[in-house]
Design a protein around this ligand. Structure first.
Ligand SMILES: *[C@@H]1O[C@H](CO)[C@@H](O)[C@H](O)[C@H]1NC(C)=O
Length: 453
């Protein structure tokens, strides 16, 4: 008997969707992604300790953190963005987590990765940004608990810097330091120390991080470069420290790097839309509000599937729509912003599509006809010690375990989708997919609570 069975009630599609249940489940998904020594309150029955030798190759303890997706690499860059985005959601929509009785849980969830980043930041100008080799990892289909291969550790430092990675990790730790300010003041200050150093590292030694960690190139290199992370990182440092110098620096860089241009989408790679909202919020200036409005106009005019999902890219379409929904909800909280109701309605349409509005749920374990074959190694495997291998990948049966709360990648531009484990473009899950999604669901709940009052 596991406690999560109590909170998860299978039910047919119903409106309004049960945001509490979705928030609780999304947090469970992150629990299923945990690497390292699991605590005794682990709620995922099929998970155990794993990756206990991470960092041994370099004599550093790099255990912990979250596995990236259906695989078992720890990719620091999208991981850090996921944490920043989840923490931002907690900052904006705390009431939603409290009302859902998930506030303590989401803090635990963030702390799990913040602790990992602190360990990975081994000295002022040294940060481990990846554990596990993409190619070797992807050749294996099985449980994380059974990993036998070498898992190399990759770092950036002053001679091989990596600006995107250092600045995003700084943003994540700064955002977490805001989250923990009252609950754990000492911990919050410690996180902020790391964030400050990492930002300085990012700003002083500039280089795209995939040049220093070439293994990441085919997975999560930053296609748009590091300018957006420098602005975004400075904004989170400003939020966490209140120091005007960070805000002034962010504003200067924002102009210098053309960050007011309309971005295509908010994602683990592109932070511009986020910076626009933060600047509108921090300064109240019409200039930034105008950039936020431009972005909303772009989303309104962007391609939609026949059933209404804003469709920004093939690979993980749900995730980009969920990120757009979260940005709209964060923008709707900016004091004096125009078109607030429109933004909330846009976000609602996107999230409701994923929860069942398009005829099926895209969230594993939730609602009507949810995915049963997410591309995810651990949950596809039978209970240990039964062998798990590529045979389980090729099997046409449902995953052996339900990966509760995971948002699958999403449909094609015509709403087409097949629940097929082999399709890593439409049916994988990832820590970055759920980040904007969870924060957006919290945002919808937040506005619902406000309406009630
Ligand atoms: C944006 O402003 C609102 C209203 O002042 C505030 O509640 C919210 O926390 C701010 N967001 C951030 C990320 O600072």
């Amino acid at each position: 008997t596991f406690p999560y069975k109590i909170i998860i009630l299978q039910h047919p599609e119903r409106r309004p969707y049960d945001y509490n249940e979705v928030i609780a489940m999304s947090i469970l998904f992150y629990e299923a992604q945990r690497s390292g020594k699991l605590p005794s309150n682990n709620r995922i029955p099929w998970r155990g300790d794993s990756g206990l030798r991470d960092g041994c190759d370099v004599g550093v303890d790099l255990t912990g953190g979250w596995y990236d997706a259906g695989d078992h690499v720890k990719f620091g860059f999208p991981l850090a963005w996921s944490v920043t985005t989840l923490a931002w959601g907690v900052i904006e929509f705390k009431d939603a987590y409290v009302d859902a009785n998930e506030y303590r849980r989401v803090l635990d969830s963030l702390k799990w990765v913040a602790d990992y980043f602190v360990k990975a930041h081994t000295s002022r100008y040294e940060l481990y940004g990846q554990v596990g080799s993409g190619r070797a990892d992807h050749l294996y289909w099985g449980r994380s608990e059974d990993l036998r291969m070498n898992r190399p550790s990759y770092k950036i430092d002053a001679s091989n810097p990596g600006t995107e990675l250092a600045a995003e990790t700084a943003a994540a730790l700064a955002a977490c330091s805001v989250v923990f300010k009252n609950a754990r003041p000492g911990y919050s200050r410690m996180l902020l120390r790391h964030a400050t150093e990492l930002y300085e590292f990012a700003d002083r030694y500039r280089r795209s991080y995939h040049l220093s960690i070439p293994d990441v190139t085919s997975y999560y290199r930053s296609y748009n470069g590091y300018n957006d992370e420098l602005v975004w990182g400075a904004l989170w440092l400003y939020k966490a420290t209140g120091m005007r110098s960070y805000l002034e620096d962010a504003k200067r860089k924002y102009d210098q790097y053309g960050q007011g241009n309309t971005p295509i989408m908010f994602s683990w790679d592109d932070k511009r839309a986020g910076s626009q909202v933060l600047l509108a919020n921090f300064t109240g200036e019409a200039k930034y509000k105008g950039h936020v409005a431009n972005y909303q106009r772009f989303l309104n005019g962007a391609l939609k599937t026949p059933r209404g999902l804003v469709w920004l890219d093939q690979w993980g379409s749900n995730r980009y729509a969920a990120n757009a929904a979260f940005i709209a909800l964060a923008a709707a909280k900016v004091p004096g912003i125009a078109n607030r109701n429109e933004m909330v309605r846009f976000a609602e349409a996107q999230i409701h599509y994923m929860l069942g509005g398009a005829g099926r749920s895209y969230v594993v374990g939730y609602g009507r006809n949810p995915p049963t074959q997410p591309h995810h190694r651990g949950s596809s495997c039978p209970a240990a010690p039964t062998e798990c291998s590529w045979g389980n990948f090729h099997s046409s049966a449902a995953n052996h375990f339900t990966l509760h709360g995971a948002l699958v990648a999403g449909p094609g531009r015509d709403d087409s989708y097949t629940d097929n484990r082999g399709d890593y473009i439409a049916n994988e899950v990832a820590v970055d997919y759920n980040a904007g999604f969870q924060s957006a669901v919290a945002g919808l709940k937040y506005f619902k609570i406000k309406q009630r009052r």
